[in-house]
Design a protein around this ligand. Structure first.
Ligand SMILES: Nc1nc2c(c(=O)[nH]1)N[C@H]1C(S)=C(S)[C@@H](COP(=O)(O)OP(=O)(O)OC[C@H]3O[C@@H](n4cnc5c(=O)[nH]c(N)nc54)[C@H](O)[C@@H]3O)O[C@H]1N2
Ligand SMILES: Nc1nc2c(c(=O)[nH]1)N[C@H]1C(S)=C(S)[C@@H](COP(=O)(O)OP(=O)(O)OC[C@H]3O[C@@H](n4cnc5c(=O)[nH]c(N)nc54)[C@H](O)[C@@H]3O)O[C@H]1N2
Ligand code: SF4
Ligand SMILES: [Mo]
Length: 730
């Protein structure tokens, strides 16, 4: 890949030089010539395996090893650029700690023996204790073809009732909120909307750290107003024209206040909205109990700032309301999402360029599992309780409808509860590391000890593989084929650049091998040789559904760089697919109208009190990915962010007699982090502290509360009460 080619790609991004004064990007042009040791003999075109932005990249291969990565200058998402994690992703593949052999009780063994343990162990539990006794937890980090195959294996082949994934820790509130507002899941907008909008409001979304290649879309538009709603002064807040430092979980009050201002000042045309929106009168009746003063007091945002942001939204020709975990990670996540959707609906910001309520997803393929998986809904956004959907799916698969579950079964936290109470005795964990990522680790550790059979399928040694009875070594990104779907519904190709190490196999091959052992392969996967067969079937199964993939082929993806669903076979859709949903303002609810819902905020359950006087917020940093199973093994990223920290406001630090670099103990009603380094900073307000959740050794989830949204079952990771105490350095 030549430097000039990469430069050309950079310049082409919206025709603006985004590496200018507002934000500095790591880009190909800044990297200098590729050194001889990293000179590749060929390049594999693929999609980044970290975040949901879905950047296109090229992996350079030399003598069977991945030696370099370049941003794909032709990919429509990133046009040649990558963030720090993407730029060293090839190092992940050959990092230490890869699993290369199946293990049973910690001892290396053959695939035959390991899969025999899995099938015999689970079958025995199912025979003795019934279909509720074994559960599966998967992820948003496999390829869509694997999710599709896994869903069929788990629900139809193994006949399991309880199957969920880490997406419930992440996007479940967005999915539930979209369903309540529009009838089905699916982000209505696209990345170009971020560039086209006059006003972009980012709610609890720190894109500068967590979706770095979205930031240039926003910052490239000089005339745009960027509003960031976040209790912390994040890197993204620092880039904003207006930062609203909302009180933790103050978003509902703030949104109600914005709606009150819009109504008071005549900035919404309610009558024209009624044609395609239901529930307006109920919402108005509820807002009658709200005043701007109340909203300001409860959200912590002063009246004038609230009014001026409401006016900016109300007067904007085009507005994008985008959000991430500051909204989803809450017991009221689903409700907050519906309120954001309501604001978009009432101001007409949907189905037009530059106008959308846009949930930015998290993992590289969280979208693929929402669409093709078989967890919260049946494949193709089909409802378990919808007779037409059941009949259609049964006919497509040629099976008796009675084999389809009648409800989703237990969601992730409810699976954990059932493990705790010994109702679930066997668990298969695929591509997720719950010991570090699930809230209230102490309880989870107790629960996992209750299991008779714990099977963990991962590419790396992790805290969770360390306690597994059976470990199945998986190929990772860079070693397997398929597709990922990004936040803007764009399906891109993922390619194998190198072979997996030792005896590691792709998840797809593991699912097929397990199906053969289970005795259901011939029925479920007849004649399947590889992931392309799964994709071909998924195209047929999704046909006619809102997430229609039937017109998307791997060849079309190659030609377009990536294709956005819906893309029906034979439909007149641009080569790159459909950029926006609901352009006709017909929604997927009965009658075609969207719905708005009144929402009332509830107080924090684990609120600060004398014993635990500070409020803990948790999140991420640009250098690390989740539980650091990948990035913790990459020297350059480790050097940039070598250890966990706790952010403490200068006033609190003075009261605690701690200074920057001191060690402290952080405790909550559930557990403690014994020693963690202090950063004294006004990024957090007085009374609030922040810990990134990436570190196993200083695990923020020993502190977090296991309280969940009643609708989506998503955890409330962002607020819990803690105490910080100075510990003297050892
Ligand atoms: N570098 C990196 N990038 C990633 C990931 C990673 O691990 N590392 N993970 C990916 C995944 S799976 C996800 S889900 C995304 C997450 O992307 P983000 O949601 O941007 O990630 P967080 O760091 O958790 O940020 C949540 C933000 O919400 C704010 N917040 C907390 N409480 C509230 C509140 O009550 N109201 C509001 N409005 N804001 C609040 C926090 O201060 C924080 O800035 O990132 C993706 N990208
Ligand atoms: N306190 C707190 N906790 C949080 C969050 C927070 O903001 N605060 N965020 C939550 C969110 S949004 C998320 S998404 C979760 C993420 O939590 P996890 O899913 O637990 O995090 P990861 O580290 O991404 O774990 C993925 C695992 O899959 C493995 N893996 C990678 N690729 C493959 C593959 O191709 N095949 C197989 N079999 N394995 C593979 C990796 O090695 C890794 O062990 O954390 C949640 N936890
Ligand atoms: S922004 Fe996301 S998709 Fe793009 S290179 Fe970085 S981690 Fe990968
Ligand atoms: Mo996530």
């Amino acid at each position: 890949m030549s430097l000039t080619r990469a430069r050309r790609g950079l310049g082409r991004l919206l025709g603006v030089d985004h590496g200018g004064d507002r934000y500095a990007f790591v880009d190909q042009a800044g990297r200098g010539p590729v050194s001889a040791s990293r000179a590749a003999d060929h390049w594999a075109r693929t999609t980044c395996g970290y975040c949901s932005v879905g950047c296109g990249m090229l992996v350079g291969v030399r003598d069977g090893r991945a030696v370099a990565v370049e941003g794909d200058p032709d990919h429509p998402v990133n046009r040649g650029r990558l963030c720090p994690k993407g730029l060293c992703e090839h190092q992940m593949i050959h990092a230490e700690g890869r699993l290369t052999q199946p293990l049973v009780c910690g001892r290396p063994t053959t695939w035959g023996d390991a899969l025999g343990h899995v099938t015999d162990g689970f079958k025995e539990l199912l025979e003795r204790h019934g279909p509720e006794s074994v559960a599966v937890l998967s992820t948003g980090q496999l390829v869509t073809e694997e999710f599709y195959a896994l869903g069929k294996l788990v629900r139809l082949g193994m006949g399991l009732r309880h199957y969920d994934g880490n997406t419930t820790l992440c996007m479940a509130s967005a999915a539930s909120g979209y369903k309540l507002s529009f009838g089905t899941d699916g982000p209505p907008g696209c990345y170009d909307d971020l560039a086209l909008a006059d006003v972009v409001v980012l709610w609890g979304a720190n894109v500068a750290d967590n979706h770095p290649l979205l930031a240039p879309r926003v910052l490239g538009n000089e005339g745009q107003t960027l509003v960031v709603v976040d209790p912390r002064v994040t890197k993204t807040a620092m880039l904003a024209d207006v930062h609203l430092p909302v009180r933790p979980r103050g978003d509902i009050a703030l949104l109600n206040g914005i709606l009150v201002v819009l109504l008071e000042e005549g900035l919404v045309d309610l009558e024209s909205r009624r044609a395609h929106v239901e529930g307006i009168d109920e919402l108005l009746a509820h807002l009658a109990g709200w005043t701007v003063g109340r909203a300001a007091a409860e959200s912590g945002i002063d009246v004038e700032a609230l009014r001026s942001v409401a006016r900016a939204i109300g007067r904007a020709e085009r507005c994008v309301l985008a959000w991430t975990m500051g909204v989803n990670h809450s017991v009221q996540g689903t409700e907050t999402v519906t309120l954001l959707n309501s604001l978009a609906l009432l101001t007409g910001n949907i189905g037009r360029p530059g106008a959308a309520p846009f949930s930015i997803t998290g993992q590289c393929n969280a979208m693929g599992t929402r669409e093709s998986g078989f967890t919260a809904s049946m494949p193709g956004y089909r409802g378990y309780d919808n007779p037409a959907h059941r009949a259609e799916l049964a006919a497509l698969w040629g099976i008796d409808e009675a084999r389809l579950p009648t409800d989703r079964g237990r969601a992730y936290p409810d699976i954990v509860n059932a493990v705790m109470s010994r109702k679930i005795k066997g668990l298969w964990v695929i591509a997720t590391n719950p010991l570090v990522s699930f809230p209230n680790r102490g309880t989870l550790e107790l629960a996992l000890r209750n299991l008779d059979v714990l099977v963990v399928q991962d590419g790396f040694e992790t805290p969770t593989t360390a306690i597994a009875d059976v470990v199945l070594p998986a190929a990772v990104w860079g070693e397997k084929e398929g597709t990922f779907t990004n936040s803007e519904r764009r399906v891109s190709r993922v390619r194998a650049a190198v072979a997996p190490p030792g005896e590691a196999r792709s998840d797809f091959d593991i699912f097929l091998a397990l199906a053969r052992r289970w005795g259901c392969a011939e029925e479920l996967f007849p004649g399947w040789a590889g992931p392309e067969d799964a994709f071909a079937e998924w195209r047929r199964v999704s046909a006619g559904r809102p997430c229609d993939y039937s017109g998307i082929t791997w060849e079309r993806i190659d030609a377009a760089g990536g294709v956005q669903w819906p893309c029906a076979e034979g439909a007149e859709v641009p080569l790159g697919g459909t950029p926006r949903l609901y352009t006709d303002l017909v929604f997927n609810r009965p009658g075609g109208r969207a719905a708005v819902h009144p929402v009332e905020p509830r107080p924090l359950r684990d609120a600060p009190r004398p014993e635990f006087p500070l409020l803990l917020n948790t999140g991420r940093t640009v250098e690390h990915w989740h539980t650091r199973t990948k990035t913790g093994r990459i020297p350059i990223l480790e050097r940039l962010a070598p250890e966990a920290w706790v952010e403490v406001n200068p006033a609190d630090a003075a009261a605690l007699h701690v200074k920057a670099g001191d060690w402290v103990r952080v405790s909550s009603a559930r557990g403690e982090v014994e020693r963690i380094r202090v950063r004294v900073t006004a990024i957090v307000r007085r009374g609030e502290v922040f810990i990134p959740f990436h570190w196993d050794e200083r695990c923020a989830n020993r502190l977090t509360d296991d309280e969940f949204d009643p609708i989506s079952r998503e955890p409330n990771y962002e607020q819990c009460a803690v105490r910080v105490e100075r510990v003297d350095a050892l």
